[in-house]
Design a protein around this ligand. Structure first.
Ligand SMILES: [Zn+2]
Length: 427
C-alpha cells in the first residue's frame, strides 16, 4: 500500500491524502490552503481516484474538490449529509470571494455543482464495502457532521484517518466516538494541530471570555467577536446566551446562514439541537442593508456582534473593525486559532491591521480566547495510545507541533512518520 501526501503535510491547510492499494485508489479530503493573499492547492498531478472520502466541511479539507470535477475526475464523493450541506455553502462562498478579489480560480460554478452531484451520503457507524476495502465513518467531534474514517482492506491493512478530531464535547458538538479503537489499527493517520500544547480548561476560558464581553459592553463599547461561520459562530451565540445582556446579540456574515443549514439537518449532528434553535431565534441576524443601523446602535449603546471571518480574511467583521478600531471602549475578541499569514495572526503578532491602503494600529482592546475544535496534546496522545497503531503518521500541523508530537511518539516506541509534501509512504 502506498500513502501519498498531496497536501496537509508539515502544514495546516489543503489536506489531501491518496491511498493506493492493488485494487483501489482513493483520496482522503481535498482541501485548499488560504492565506492573506493567495490560495495554495494540493498537488493533483497523475491522480486517478476511484472515490474521495471527505472527513468534514472545512475548506482546508474540501476547498479543492471542484478542481477534481474541473479536471474531469468524476468519481463519487462520500461524506455525511451535514458535511455535504455545509460544504455546498462554503464552496459557493469561496467562489464568490475569489471572484470579488479577482483571484484566478482553478474551478467555476459548474464544477461546484458537479462536485455536489457526485456526493453520496454516509451514516455514522455503518460499514460499507467498496472494491478491496470496507469503510466506516465515526463522529469525530470536531464540527457538526465531522468524521474519522476507518478503512479495512481485504489484505488485512486497517487504516484510521482521524480527520480533525476532538474528544471532549463543546456547547455545539458531542465528543468523538472512539469505538474505532476496538479495531486493531495498522496505520493511524492523525491530525496534530495541537501536537505540542494542551488547551486551557474550557469552563474557565468561557468564563474569562464572557467576562471580557461583559466588561466591554458595560463601559459602553462594542465587543466585536470574529468567528468562523461553521462551529464558532454557533458556539459563540450559545455561550453569549448565558450573559443575559440587555443589548441585542448581533450575528453578522455567513454564520447565520450556516446556523439555518445546521438546524435543517438531522438533530443528531448537534449536541443540543433544541437549545441552538431557541438561542438562534433570540439572536439578531444582521442583513447587509441594515448594518449601518447596527453600527449606530453599537456606537451609542455598546453591545455585542459575532461576525465572520474568524481569521479576519474578509467578511463583515472588517467593516466593524474599520468603524471601531479607534474606540478605546471597544474590544476585538478572538475566539479561535489564527493560521499563519492570516490577517488575524498578523494583527495578534504585530498589532497592525491593513484597511485598504492604510496600515492601522487599532486602539481598541484586543484579546484572544482559543476555543478549539481540535484535540489538545493530551487528547492526541490518548488517541494514539488507545488505537496503539503499528504505524503512526502525523500530519495536519505546523512543523513545531508535528516535531514535538513525533518526539513523544518515538519515545513511546511507535513507528512514526512525519511526511512532507509529495512524500510517499510504502507500508
Ligand atoms: Zn476542520
Amino acid at each position: 500500500m502506498d500513502i501519498l501526501f498531496r497536501g496537509g503535510a508539515m502544514e495546516v491547510g489543503r489536506s489531501c491524502i491518496e491511498i493506493r492499494s492493488d485494487n483501489s485508489n482513493i483520496l482522503l479530503d481535498c482541501g485548499v490552503k488560504l492565506s492573506e493573499d493567495n490560495s495554495e492547492y494540493p498537488i493533483l498531478n497523475k491522480l486517478y481516484p476511484d472515490a474521495v472520502f471527505v472527513s468534514h466541511a472545512h475548506l482546508d479539507h474540501t476547498g479543492s474538490l471542484p478542481i477534481l470535477s474541473h479536471l474531469q475526475m468524476h468519481c463519487p464523493i462520500y461524506s455525511t449529509s451535514m458535511t455535504k450541506a455545509l460544504t455546498k455553502e462554503l464552496l459557493k462562498d469561496s467562489l464568490k470571494i475569489g471572484i470579488e478579489e479577482n483571484r484566478e480560480l482553478p474551478f467555476n460554478k459548474g464544477d461546484i455543482n458537479k462536485t455536489l452531484h457526485h456526493n453520496k451520503n454516509v451514516e455514522y457507524g455503518i460499514t460499507y464495502a467498496m472494491r478491496d476495502f470496507e469503510y466506516t465513518f465515526f463522529d469525530a467531534g470536531h464540527i457538526p457532521g465531522s468524521a474519522s474514517i476507518y478503512l479495512n482492506y481485504a489484505n488485512n491493512k486497517k487504516v484510521l484517518y482521524t480527520g480533525d478530531i476532538k474528544l471532549s464535547k463543546t456547547r455545539l458538538t458531542n465528543g468523538a466516538d472512539l469505538s474505532f479503537c476496538d479495531n486493531d489499527i495498522d496505520i493511524l493517520i492523525i491530525e496534530s494541530t495541537y501536537g505540542n500544547r494542551c488547551h486551557p480548561d474550557r469552563k474557565q476560558l468561557e468564563k474569562e471570555f464572557l467576562d471580557k464581553v461583559k466588561e466591554t459592553v458595560e463601559r459602553g463599547g462594542a465587543a466585536i467577536i470574529p468567528a468562523f461561520a461553521v462551529d464558532r459562530s454557533q458556539e459563540a451565540i450559545l455561550m453569549l446566551s448565558n450573559l443575559n445582556l440587555d443589548n441585542p446579540i448581533y450575528l453578522d456574515g455567513m454564520g447565520a446562514k450556516i446556523t439555518r443549514i445546521m438546524l435543517r439537518q438531522h438533530p443528531k449532528y448537534i449536541r443540543n439541537h433544541k437549545k441552538l434553535k431557541r438561542v438562534f431565534s433570540n439572536t439578531y441576524v444582521v442583513e447587509s442593508d441594515e448594518r449601518h443601523h447596527v453600527m449606530k446602535d453599537l456606537k451609542e449603546n455598546g453591545g455585542v456582534v459575532v461576525s465572520t471571518a474568524g481569521m479576519l480574511n474578509g467578511g463583515p467583521v472588517i467593516k466593524y473593525i474599520s468603524n471601531f478600531w479607534n474606540d478605546h471602549r471597544s474590544s476585538l475578541i478572538f475566539t479561535g486559532y489564527q493560521v499563519k499569514n492570516t490577517a488575524g495572526r498578523i494583527l495578534l503578532e504585530t498589532g497592525k491591521f491593513p484597511i485598504g491602503e492604510m496600515l492601522i494600529e487599532p486602539k481598541f482592546e484586543i484579546s484572544f480566547y482559543e476555543f478549539s475544535a481540535h484535540a489538545g496534546m493530551d487528547e492526541l496522545r490518548t488517541i494514539v495510545k488507545k488505537t496503539n497503531p503499528e504505524n503512526l503518521i502525523i500530519q495536519h500541523g505546523e512543523e513545531d507541533s508535528i516535531n514535538a508530537f513525533k518526539e513523544w511518539a518515538i519515545g513511546e516506541g511507535f513507528n512514526t512518520f512525519t511526511p512532507r509534501l509529495c512524500d510517499k509512504i510504502k507500508i
